[in-house]
Design a protein around this ligand. Structure first.
Ligand code: GAL
Length: 669
């Protein structure tokens, strides 16, 4: 029986746990396809992402369609018991389209046009591109409706990855129409954009342009609207295709692959329009923070799908090809990070790509099947072993991760915060989120992400690492949450501007001052490599970096003060009792150790417990009735489970254990 939380199933045809990768058979001759299916079976592959970059093969010219080859691939896969997440193939327009309609090519802010010869060379507002992409999606849907291998639709590919915005004349016109819908009148637009500054008043819509390259900073409100517009334009491209697919194959779920914390697209709005959230994740194996960051991305994906299982759509088996130095994953790392995704709610583990390309820009990117003979490839053995394990883990499918903490995450606030000409250009939202997330990751406290306007009552603790832009609705929501007994922890430079990027006057942080019980009189951002001593009330020392500010308590108690410089003895961390709850406020970025200690205290007060007390380097996450223990360290670790769960368990270096579920025994590959 389908569990209510499982991803939508087509007549029960989506395998409970998905295993596979991007499949590009058009880069190979037909004899290789047969070998592919045989090897896929050997590796336990049950789903492939097909035809993502096949537009020029499927439609060699405007009036010519060529489906025979793809039909044969679809049939072969079906005969081999492999299901297909079929792409609409619209991510890379064919050369003929761009040559017939050069106006569909994207233009950068400085007027440079991007030419065909790579991929994603389209203006998102281009009627030519939109029409051609819709036609292709529709033709694909008509052609493959009812094909027994068709299991899911993969719309486009990584929307916005290379071209998140276009500044051409077509985009300018689309931007004006979008602005009319948002602001209604030119007078209202002038108000919203604060155009009395620097003589920017507009007299007619026709004068408005995208924020093209200007002598100095373009109007920030204009930039913010352009970011909203650009996310919406790509979303419209997605929705156009989705409409065609839904009409022809209403029973087939639809996804488009996300790119973790991808700034240009407001994924909250996108995820609402997908049956299944899917993500591409390429953590750098040489960065010790990668495990933490990949966990954070997994939590975001789960949260975007409102708790539903998601799919790790792309990762590499070994290395990528696009860093300066493409460090390979160490043995066991691919398996560990795959389990991490499952621990954080993924019901599918997939790779870019199935077979390593012989030509083209990605021929040195890792794959499930590499250039050399498979038998001599350690990666192939890892791929096969993982596939075999996943086949035995079906009980995981559909189970949910329960978090008691929510991290407030808002794309519009992110965009606004990182516009230029701020008190500090060093203040970046993801760094802020990481300073909270890492502290919780270190202590195995699981968190969801949430919008500031979401219903937060299900969470015992809400953290807002930075909410620079705050709407009245968001401020009221946070206030009500604390008033009713919730616990909030929030950092500096929050509650500063409204949705148009205008200062919320009346003393910082105007809409949140009563909730936090403080007034912020002025900011003193810190240069790189500068640390400021902080002392907690119990005498314990700490360090602040990045930011400091002059805080005037207005009801809040002081938990820590700055201990040096012109702010010495002034509050650095405060706590306010507001209604039935509390609001803790941080006026600087605390070092990681202190952040962990502080969050432990805050979690303790809110009744949030770690999943398990585990040794450093062991990540613990509960999913349904199962608890994953992931050892990121280089040596074995003993984890104390407590008497109820059977004492102590040893987890090997870069190994995983699932309490409550046996991972199938590895026979030698
Ligand atoms: C993704 C993309 C894939 C491939 C991969 C390489 O961004 O979707 O097509 O290019 O990166 O890492």
């Amino acid at each position: 029986m389908d569990s209510p939380s499982a991803p939508p199933k087509v007549n029960g045809l989506i395998p409970p746990l998905i295993y596979g990768g991007d499949y590009n058979p058009d880069q190979w001759t037909e004899d290789v396809w047969r070998e592919d299916v045989r090897l896929m079976q050997e590796a336990g592959v049950n789903l492939v992402n097909l035809a993502i970059f096949s537009w020029s093969r499927i439609q060699p010219s405007e009036r010519e369609w060529s489906f025979e080859w793809l039909d044969r691939v679809m049939d072969l896969l079906h005969e081999g018991g492999i299901r297909v997440d079929l792409a609409t193939a619209t991510a890379s327009p064919p050369p003929w389209l761009a040559h017939a309609h050069p106006e569909m090519l994207p233009v950068l802010a400085d007027g440079v046009r991007l030419w065909p010869g790579a991929r994603q060379h389209y203006c998102p507002s281009s009627p030519v591109y939109r029409h051609a992409a819709h036609r292709l999606a529709e033709t694909m849907a008509e052609h493959y409706a009812g094909h027994p291998a068709l299991t899911m639709w993969h719309v486009g590919n990584e929307y916005g990855c290379h071209v998140p915005a276009c500044y051409c004349d077509v985009s300018a016109q689309a931007f004006r129409e979008w602005l009319k819908r948002r602001h209604g009148t030119i007078a209202e637009l002038n108000r919203a954009w604060g155009t009395d500054f620097w003589s920017q008043r507009y007299s007619s819509w026709g004068e408005i342009l995208p924020p093209r390259r200007t002598p100095t900073w373009p109007n920030p409100s204009q930039q913010l609207d352009f970011m909203r517009f650009s996310s919406d334009e790509l979303l419209e491209c997605y929705e156009l295709e989705r409409e065609a697919l839904q009409r022809h194959t209403p029973e087939i779920p639809i996804t488009t692959n996300f790119m973790s914390f991808f700034k240009p697209l407001d994924y909250w709005r996108w995820a609402e329009r997908e049956e299944v959230v899917s993500n591409d994740s390429y953590p750098d194996p040489s960065d010790p923070q990668s495990g933490m960051r990949a966990a954070m991305a997994g939590d975001l994906m789960r949260s975007l799908g409102r708790g539903k299982p998601w799919i790790l759509m792309e990762q590499t088996t070994s290395r990528v090809n696009w860093r300066e130095v493409n460090v390979a994953k160490t043995p066991g790392q691919m398996r560990l990070w795959s389990y991490q995704a499952m621990a954080r709610g993924a019901d599918g583990i997939m790779f870019f790509q199935w077979r390593q390309s012989p030509a083209g820009a990605e021929k040195f990117h890792g794959a499930m099947v590499s250039h050399g003979p498979v038998d001599t490839s350690p990666v192939w053995h890892e791929v096969k072993a993982l596939g075999r394990e996943i086949r035995g883990l079906d009980r995981l499918a559909g189970s949910r991760v329960k978090a008691h903490v929510a991290i407030v995450f808002d794309w519009e606030s992110w965009w606004a915060l990182e516009l230029p000409s701020k008190p500090s250009g060093r203040l970046r939202l993801l760094d802020q989120v990481e300073s909270y997330y890492a502290a919780m990751f270190d202590t195995n406290v699981t968190a969801d992400f949430a919008r500031p306007v979401d219903d937060l009552r299900a969470y015992r603790l809400v953290v807002a690492p930075n909410l620079y832009l705050v709407t009245d609705q968001a401020a009221a929501n946070l206030r009500d949450y604390v008033q009713d007994g919730g616990h909030l922890a929030m950092s500096f430079f929050s509650g500063i501007v409204d949705a148009e990027e205008h200062i919320l006057l009346g003393g910082y942080p105007a809409p949140l001052a009563d909730l936090l019980g403080v007034r912020v009189i002025d900011w003193f951002p810190l240069p790189a490599d500068t640390r400021l001593a902080v002392r907690f009330e119990d005498g314990s020392p700490a360090e602040g970096e990045l930011w400091s500010e002059l805080i005037e308590p207005a009801g809040a108690e002081v938990l820590a003060t700055f201990a040096a410089g012109s702010l010495a003895a002034r509050p650095a961390v405060t706590r306010n009792h507001f209604g039935k709850g509390t609001a803790t406020y941080l006026g600087t970025r605390l070092d990681r150790g202190t952040m962990s200690r502080l969050l432990r205290l805050v979690c303790g007060a809110a009744g949030v417990n770690p999943v398990i007390e585990a040794p450093p380097g062991v990540e613990a996450v509960s999913r349904g009735e199962f608890t994953f223990l992931l050892n990121h360290g280089d040596s074995a670790a003993n984890v104390e489970l407590g008497p109820e769960k059977g004492g102590t368990i040893q987890v090997g270096a870069r190994d995983v254990a699932i309490v409550g579920l046996e991972i199938p025994e590895q026979t030698s590959a």
